[in-house]
Design a protein around this ligand. Sequence first.
Ligand SMILES: [Zn+2]
Length: 255
Amino acid sequence: MFIDTHAHIYSEEFESDLDQMIVSANNAGVTDIFMPNIDSTSIDRMLSIQEKYKSCHAMIGLHPCYVKDNYLLEIKTMEEKLTDSRFCGIGEIGIDLYWDTTFAREQEEVFRYQIFMAKDAKLPFVIHSRESLELTISIVSELQDGNLSGIFHCFNGTSEQAKKIIDIGFYMGIGGVITYKNAGVDIIVADIPLDNLVLETDAPYLSPVPYRGKRNESAYISNIAEKLAEIKGVTKSEIGATTTFNANKIFNITP
Ligand SMILES: [Zn+2]
C-alpha cells in the first residue's frame, strides 16, 4: 500500500483518462492521492475530483510560480475557499528562484503569509523549494513554534539540509528523481531515516525510470518505492508501510 502525497491529477494532461488513471493507481497499491493546488483557476476542478473520489484529497494554496501582480487577490480567494470547503493541507507554497525571480520578494511574503494561514487552520503545508531550499528551511525554522508541520516536496538537498529539516520536525517528499542516474539524490537519501520520508510522483511531471520523459501518474509510485527499497536495503512493502504511516500522520487521515 502506498500514498502519493503530491500529484496534480486535476491538470489537463489527465482530462481524457482520469478514471482509468485512478484505477491503475489503485491496482498499483496506491490508496490515497494528495493534490497540491496551483492558483485560483485550479480549485474547482480539484474539489470536484475530491467529491467524486474519496481517495483524492485537496489542498489549498498559491504556488510560488503563480505569484504575479494579482497575488493579493489570489491570496484573498485562497482564504475565502479555506473557510468554506474541506482541505487537508496548504500547498503547494514556497519560493521558486529557478524560473523567474521578478516576484522573488513577493514570493517570500506570500510564503510567510500562507504558513500563518496553515497555522491558523491547524493544517500541514507542502513546500516547493526549487533553487531556494536553504532559504525556505531558514524561514520555516524561524517560524517553527511547535505548531508547524509538513513536507519539503521533491527533496533535492544535501545531508546537512536533510538534518535541518528533521530537526524542525518536517518530512521530505521523494519522487522520480531518485531513479535518475547521476542525480545524486539516492546517495543523500540513503542516510535519511525512513521515518522522515514520504512518497510522491509530482504527476504529470518528473516520471521515474522507465517512464522518464513521458506523462507521470500515481501508479508509478510503485517504481519510486522499488528504487527507495533498493537504496535502503529493505522490502518494498516496508517502504509502503512506513511512508504510508508518515503520510497519514502528516495529513491526519484515518486509513
Ligand atoms: Zn507540484
